[in-house]
Design a protein around this ligand. Sequence first.
Ligand code: HEM
Length: 520
Amino acid sequence: MGTVGLVLLSFVVVYCVKKYIDYRAVLHSIGNHPGYRTLFPSYGIYSFIFKKPIPGITRGGMSSWKRKHRDFAEFGMDVVSLASVIPTPRSMLLVADAAAIKEITSSRTRFPKPVKQYKVLTFFGANIVTAEGDEWKRFRKITAPAFSERNNRLVWDETVKIMVDLFENVWGEQKVITTDHAIEVTLPIALFVIGVAGFGRQMTWQEDAKLPAGHTLTFKEALHTVSTGVFVKLATPAWMLRRGLTQRMRETNVAFRELEQYMLEMIQARRSSEKKEERYDLFSNLLDASEDDEGQPKLADSELLGNIFIFLLAGHETTAHTLCFTFGLLALYPEQQEKLYQHIKSVLPSDRVPTYEEMNSLSESVAVFYETLRLYPPVTGIPKIAAEDTTLVATDYNGNKITIPVPEGSGVTLHVPGLHYNPRYWDDPYEFKPERFRGDWPRDAFLPFSAGARSCLGRRFFETEGIAILTMLVSRYKIEVKEEPEFASETFEERKERILAARGGLTLTPIRTPLVFKRR
Ligand code: HEM
C-alpha cells in the first residue's frame, strides 16, 4: 500500500474510532436504556432514503406507523431508545407510556418543540406551529381567540351548505356514486370549509368565480394547488421551484405566489374598508386581533400570512384524511355504520339538516371519529427535545419503575401509534370499536391532537366540521366498499388492509379507498 493509501486508511480508522467513542458516550448518557441500535437514524431524510428495514443499518421509513406497539412489546416497556451513528451519534427516546407522555406534554419548558425541524413550514412567515418560547406565547395569545364560538358556528353552517350543495347539485338524482378514492370527495369538502370558515372565501363545487385583475388562478385553484403541492414546495429548493423544471414545480410556484397575493389583497381590503363587516372566519378574526386599540399591528404582515397559512396546512389535510379513513372503516364494518345511522335518526328523525345546537347530541358521530383517530392518527410522531438534563420514569411490564436519564438536547418522540395500540390502555387495540368511546375511556392514552399547552388549536374546528359532514352523509347515503373483480377472493383482513392502506406524507395518507355511496 502506498503512502496515500496509508494516510487514507489512517483517516478512516480515526474516523471510525471517533464515531465509536461518541456513540458509546451517547448510549452511556441515556443509561444504556434498551432499544434499537442502527447505523442510520430512521427519521428525517433517512426515512425517505431507506424505505425498508435492514437489521443493524436502518429501521426503514414510517417505522412507528408500521410497527405500532410492537417495538415496545419487544422490549417489555413503553419507553424504548433508538441510537444511531451516522451522520453524528445520537439518541432518541420513543414514548408510548401515558403517564410519561402526560409529564412531557405538561412540561413545555423542559420538553419544548425542536423548532429546527419545523423551519421548512415558515415559507410565508413565522407562525404558531413553528415557534417556541416567547414567540410562540405571543402567537398563541393572538391566534387562539380566532377559534371562537362564533367561528365554530360558522364552520357548522358553512359545512352544512357545502354538503347540501354536494347532494343537490353534484350527486343530484344519482342513486349510486362510485369513487376510486374517497379522497376525491373528502379533500374538496375540507378545502371548501377551510376556504370559507378559514379565509372567508365562499367556494362551490362548480367553478364559477371570475379571475380578478392581476391573477392567473382563481382563489379556489390557488388554494387547491397550494394545499396539494406543499410537499413539492418542501422538497424543492427555492431556486429550482422558481425556474420551474417540471410542470408540477411551475404550477406550485405560481399557486404559492398567487395565494400570497390574494392574502395580501384581503389584508389591504379589510384595512382600507371604512365599515368593518361582522365576519367570523379565522382570517378576519386574526386581522381584528392583530391590531391593538390604536390600530397598531401586533403581528407583522408576514406573521399574519404565516399564521393564516399554517391554519390551512394544519387543518385541511388532517381533516380530509381522517374523513377518508372514517368512510373506509364504516364501509368495512356495516354493523357499526348501521348503529351510527340509527343514532343519527334518533336525533334527527326527519330529513332536515342538523343544527349547530344538535351537535352535542350526535355523540355516536364523535365516537366514530375518535375511534378512527385512535386507529389512524394523522400525526404519528410528535417530536420534543430535552431543554435540560432530566429524567423520565416508566413502568416495565413486570411493574418495576425505571428511571431513564434524558440528557439536554436529546430527542423524545411521543409515539402516537404505540400509545393508541397499547393493550395496557385499549382492549383488542386493532379492532374498530367506536363504543369504547362511550362513557369512561383512558383520556391520557388518546393523543391525536397532542396534549398540554401545545395541543391542537383547531380541534373544535375539526370536530364541528367532521360531525356535520359525517352526520349528513350517513343519514342520506350508505357507504360500501367498491367491488372490483380482481379482489373477489380476498379475505376480510386482506380487504381491510387494502382499503385502509396508508403511507407517510405531511400526515398519514390513505393510499386508495375505493367506495360507493348509495342513496338510502
Ligand atoms: C383531524 C384533525 C386534526 C388533527 C388530528 C390535528 C392534530 C394536531 C397535532 C398532533 C398538533 C400538534 C403538532 C405538533 O406538536 O407539532 C396540532 C397542532 C395544531 N393544529 Fe391541529 N389537527 C387537526 C385539525 C386542525 C385544524 C382543522 C386546524 C385549524 C383550522 C388545526 C390547527 C392547528 C394549530 C394552529 C396547531 C398548533 C398549536 C400550537 O402549537 O400552539 N388543526 N394539530
